[in-house]
Design a protein around this ligand. Structure first.
Ligand code: KE4
Length: 431
């Protein structure tokens, strides 16, 4: 049976209205579904592992607000915590007790984080991390890796993944040549180019920022001890190592990727899960670096909604539901899905790659191993768009871009996985 796309008449009407007032009709480019050849869905409600669009089409959700919802939509304990916090106030613009509790949970789970500052997004947290890194080292240049996305602040908008990759952008107008010249972008998993670059600019590199597991080129995994080598060489050249764990923090383990790979970065950036879906970001690290932040130090950083009581309560309730059992379950259902797709592929001789770790995965339509941004870009994005559309027609909502990760949640049950595999089997039969 040929897949027909869901009736999305209401979403299309809403999109038309949105385009009149909001650039591209969206408040974030990757939601525009451009790279999968559709107009965006407008979501009307969500619960557990499901979302419903404005036309009441129901989907199994593998985006989970880009990884923030590790327990799926509206877990009761989190709803309860938000309701309680709401009745005490929406925003104080002042200190409150719960921000200390969230800081205690973060620092307990991330030994590399002695002090933490909460902000409103991963972008803000990365921007702060870079400013701190430059102030602490008194150097200017930053090294990042192609395909890694660290939010949209000027210093990191070069060869970034995520929404830029989906639109085929390598950088962004509006970033001055001066700013761009202070950022060096190298291939991920290419230790040799990192060593050469550090030797070429002795004492000029302030820091290296990396997604330890890349989520924004699709999922890329470090190879040949890459992270350990990056840590060692950054120490050798006295530049700071910033782990951008906005995705991987509390996703891969309660201690993020740095726990799994036993690496101690100088600074860590967090977001998404620590807010449980509410706006949040965090920058944390060694006391001697963090204490450079105003008001104790001279590096200025601030925010009206930083540490917002609703976001913080949502985050605390989310993190309190995490334990070893959570990660064991998430790995089991992710493996069931990924191994199930691989089994169908081998039965039908379909050539594609699946990169996965913990409860995040990406399907790449290429026969070759995908280990860096260039190899990710070799994936057939038209086949991805076709895959996305056909799975959507079967009620499966995947990341609307080849260069994003898909995420499972504790709300995904075995039946969701079976339905997803059945959908994939059917669309593969209709190749
Ligand atoms: P935000 O400013 O979007 O909260 O965080 C920026 C950011 C920083 N670091 C990493 C590793 C990230 O993945 C992100 C944001 N992720 C994207 C999805 N790949 C957010 C979705 C969007 O841009 O709409």
């Amino acid at each position: 049976m040929l897949e027909t796309l869901p009736n999305t008449k209401k979403s299309q009407e809403l999109f038309k209205r949105a385009c009149e007032l909001i650039p591209g009709g969206v408040n974030s480019p990757v939601r525009a579904f451009k790279s999968v050849g559709l107009d965006p869905l407008f979501i009307s409600k969500a619960k557990g592992s499901y979302i419903w669009d404005a036309d009441q089409n129901k989907y199994i959700d593998f985006v989970n607000s880009w990884g923030a919802l590790i327990h799926g939509h509206l877990p009761p304990e989190v709803v309860d915590a938000i309701e309680k916090a709401l009745l005490k106030g929406i925003s104080f613009g002042a200190c409150h007790e719960n921000e200390i509790e969230l800081a205690e949970i973060v620092t307990k789970n991330f030994p590399s984080i002695e002090k933490v500052r909460f902000v409103n997004s991963g972008t803000e947290a990365v921007m702060t991390a870079i400013r701190l890194t430059r102030a602490y080292t008194k150097r200017n240049k930053i090294i990042k890796f192609a395909g890694c996305y660290h939010g949209h602040s000027d210093s990191v908008l070069s060869m970034s993944g995520s929404g830029l990759a989906a639109l085929g952008l390598s950088t962004s107008p509006g970033v001055t040549k001066n700013t761009a010249s202070e950022t060096i972008t190298l291939p991920y998993n290419d230790f040799n180019s990192l060593e050469i670059t550090l030797s070429k600019y002795p004492k000029e590199i302030a820091g290296i920022i990396i997604e330890p597991i890349v989520g924004n080129a699709g999922v890329l995994l470090p190879k040949n001890n890459f992270l350990k080598l990056v840590r060692e060489v950054s120490k050798k050249h006295k530049c700071l190592l910033i782990f951008d764990e906005v995705i991987t923090g509390f996703r891969l383990s309660q201690g993020g990727a740095q726990f799994l790979f036993n690496i101690t970065p100088d600074l860590t950036v967090l977001g998404k899960i620590i807010g449980g879906g509410m706006p949040i970001g965090a920058i944390g690290g060694k006391k001697e670096i963090m204490d450079l932040l105003a008001p104790i130090g001279p590096v200025y950083q601030a925010g009206t909604s930083s540490g917002n009581p609703i976001s913080v309560s949502c985050g605390i309730a989310t993190l309190k539901l995490l334990n070893e059992e959570t990660y064991k379950y998430l790995e089991e259902i992710t493996s069931m899905l990924c191994e199930g797709i691989k089994k169908i592929n081998s039965e039908k001789n379909i050539k594609l790659q699946i990169n996965s770790i913990g409860s995040m995965f990406t399907v790449f339509f290429t026969e070759n191993e995908v280990y860096d941004y260039n190899s990710a870009k070799n994936s057939n994005t038209k086949r991805y768009a076709d895959f996305f559309q056909k799975m959507l027609s079967k009620g499966i909502y995947l990341a609307p871009s080849q260069f994003e990760a898909n995420f499972l949640s504790t709300a995904h049950k075995e039946d969701d996985i079976k339905k997803t595999l059945e959908a994939y089997k059917q669309i593969s039969d209709n190749k």
